[in-house]
Design a protein around this ligand. Structure first.
Ligand code: AQP
Length: 335
């Protein structure tokens, strides 16, 4: 693994809580691919976060490998980036405990994701779900991260990581780098195909709401055919008045790397049906090589394990100086 050690650190992660979605790709993975090489990147599969919702152990185990193979299939290079499972690096949990003592119940109560997820899982509003942002702060701060590329739904969590870092630094000196959030210029919030005012999500009960990166071409075409659009028939970008059409244009722009303005002029007067089939066609075309690569990688368990092992070793090494410093400034006795 060739990393100079001079570049600024970038950290981000996705929960292996099911098949990864087009939202995960456009809001996160696509930008990671674009930013790799410019930063010293750590891309985690945040499996500890995943157990805040009940998982079937066998499925969860497989989901971790599936998500790893997706990371690699979309173009993240494991020779240049540290791609690892969060649970392989104990310092995330160790720092999270410390930071729990510097985060306030009042600020965690304001997290909209906690409110949304509690609403969705009324029978399992566990403490882990509540303190999720503190573990996420530890994920980020343990590596002295400068940049955190995430979708819009994670903005609040990066802000709390910044607040905790500043609070800790004010008490003990410059222990943590204060991270900046990075949102993609377009596609920070890909919407459900069935309710375009709601985020596209892995765990949506309506299977037509979400496009998964491993969906077959037929499934993708069908989901797009059924996508909810807006009143009228003009095609233009307007989140408030045309949320369905705007979502489709955003997806099209992200997978073609064309500007929304060009796409709008191209599609003008063609009607919603044509827009949906254009999105389906270009998305299927975009995903075809990703899916082929995914299958090859997923069948090579030895290779996937070797990536995890090598990268975990590096992440463990990188995590140690911050943990040591935190323990020192707090007065813990070393051994
Ligand atoms: N719809 C989306 N649009 C843009 N970005 C998105 N992300 C997720 N959905 C969208 C971004 O992907 C990264 C990882 O998210 P995650 O899967 O770890 O967590 P999540 O946001 O809780 O995703 P889900 O799909 O809603 O998970 P479930 O259904 O399991 O609860 C983040 O950068 C996120 O912004």
């Amino acid at each position: 693994m060739k990393i100079t050690g001079k570049k600024l650190v970038l950290f981000s992660g996705i929960q292996p809580s099911g098949n990864l979605t087009l939202g995960n790709y456009i809001g996160a993975l696509k930008n990671w691919v674009d930013l790799q090489g410019k930063y010293d990147c750590l891309f985690s599969l945040v499996d500890l976060h995943t157990i805040t919702a009940r998982q079937d152990p066998k499925e969860f185990h497989q989901n971790c490998y599936d998500a790893l193979a997706v990371y690699l299939a979309v173009g993240l290079d494991p020779e240049k980036n540290t791609i690892f499972l969060q649970s392989h690096v104990p310092a995330h949990s160790q720092l999270a405990w410390v930071l729990n003592c510097y985060a306030y119940v009042g600020e965690l109560n304001r997290m909209t994701q906690f409110k949304d997820k509690s609403e969705k899982n009324k029978d399992n509003i566990n403490v882990g779900l509540f303190t999720y942002p503190v573990l996420m702060a530890a994920d980020i701060l343990i590596y002295q991260t400068c940049l955190v590329p995430v979708g819009a739904d994670q903005k609040q969590h990066v802000e709390i990581a910044r607040d905790i870092a500043l609070r800790f630094n004010n008490l003990y000196g410059e222990v943590f780098t204060v991270p900046e959030v990075y949102h993609p210029p377009l596609g920070a919030r890909i919407m459900s195909l069935q309710e375009p005012t709601k985020k596209m999500s892995k765990s949506d009960d309506d299977s037509n709401a979400t496009i998964f990166l491993l969906d077959t071409p037929d499934v993708i075409a069908n989901k797009l055919k059924r996508a909810v659009t807006d009143s009228g028939k003009d095609i233009y970008f307007d989140i408030k008045n045309k949320p369905g059409v705007t979502n489709l244009l955003t997806i099209l722009a992200a997978v073609t790397n064309e500007s929304v303005d060009n796409l709008v002029s191209e599609m003008q007067g063609q009607g919603y049906g044509k827009l949906k089939s254009a999105v389906a066609e270009r998305l299927i075309e975009f995903l075809r090589p990703v899916q082929v690569r995914y299958k090859e990688l997923r069948n090579d368990q030895t290779y996937l394990d070797s990536v995890l092992k090598r990268c975990a070793k590096r992440a463990v090494e990188l995590s140690q100086p911050t943990l040591k410093r935190v323990y020192e400034v707090l007065g813990f006795v070393s051994w």
